[in-house]
Ligand binder design. Sequence first.
Ligand code: SF4
Ligand code: FES
Length: 316
Amino acid sequence: MVEANNTTVTLQVHRFTPRPERAERARGGSPFAKKSSPFGGGSDSAARRRPRGKQWVQEYTIPARPSDTVLDCLLTIKRTIDPTLAFRYSCGHGMCGSDAAAINGTPTLLCTATVRDWAKQPSTAPEVDDEGFRRTGDETANEPDAPAENIENNIPEGSLGVIELASLPGFPPQRDLIADIDPMLNQIRKLTPYLQADGVLATTAEGKVDVFEYLQNPEQLAKYETLSNCIACGVCEGACPVYAGGDAFVGPAALIWASRFINDSRDTKAMDRMDAIDTADGVAGCQSVRACSRHCPRGIDVGEEMWQIVAKVRER
Ligand code: SF4
Ligand code: FES
């Protein structure tokens, strides 16, 4: 069914423009400042790397259909209203993980989130509930059956509602909706995220590389197949209250990658891999909050997998 396009959506975008690096910072910064900083840990320390700059919220109202994705809306804004708006994407259909951001405060992918699911009408409820607790965005977000009619006069007729966007939590913002996910990628890299198997790479009589097979049965494959779907989007890290993009906890994504190879029957380094994560900032850092499970776009029950790998490391 073709949807009529006489509706609009309003995007409230938390924008950020970094301040240009001063000359002395570009040369490596003051040695005195580094020594006296209580946060002066490793090179990935989020506190040290959090950039300074101009922050503001910008509102865009554009024509949109309920089935449009948030990425569609951002592309419309970029092409027709504001070419300076920065966001990152690649595949456009949930495969590359490059466009993770916070929608209404929840980490998720821009390309799979639809206006229908995320646009919210302004609430007429008070800011605090009956017991005096401040209401969270989660209580009003994701109400798929939200009434089409506007409930407040300040929303124009035909509006599908408002969507609030910010860069992925837990990571330093680079510009607008683009977060610096290097801390996560470095943590994954440290845990050697590739197969280390026995086998001698043979060559043919002509000197070409010979192919050799690593046989596996379906049960062996099932142990890590779901884990191998991780696209390193960082959504689980953005949801984790312990992960802070720094050195205190390697984060759920890095542990998922470690677990993927620990559970692979072809890999010969399972013990080394478990040693590498049996640290204060490894499995011991996981507090089993399980917020990481809620929005994984690849359907991985991250919290459950964390639980399994913690048990496996302890039982060794
Ligand atoms: S486990 Fe899921 S949420 Fe976490 S990085 Fe991988 S794909 Fe993204
Ligand atoms: S653009 Fe590739 S996952 Fe969204």
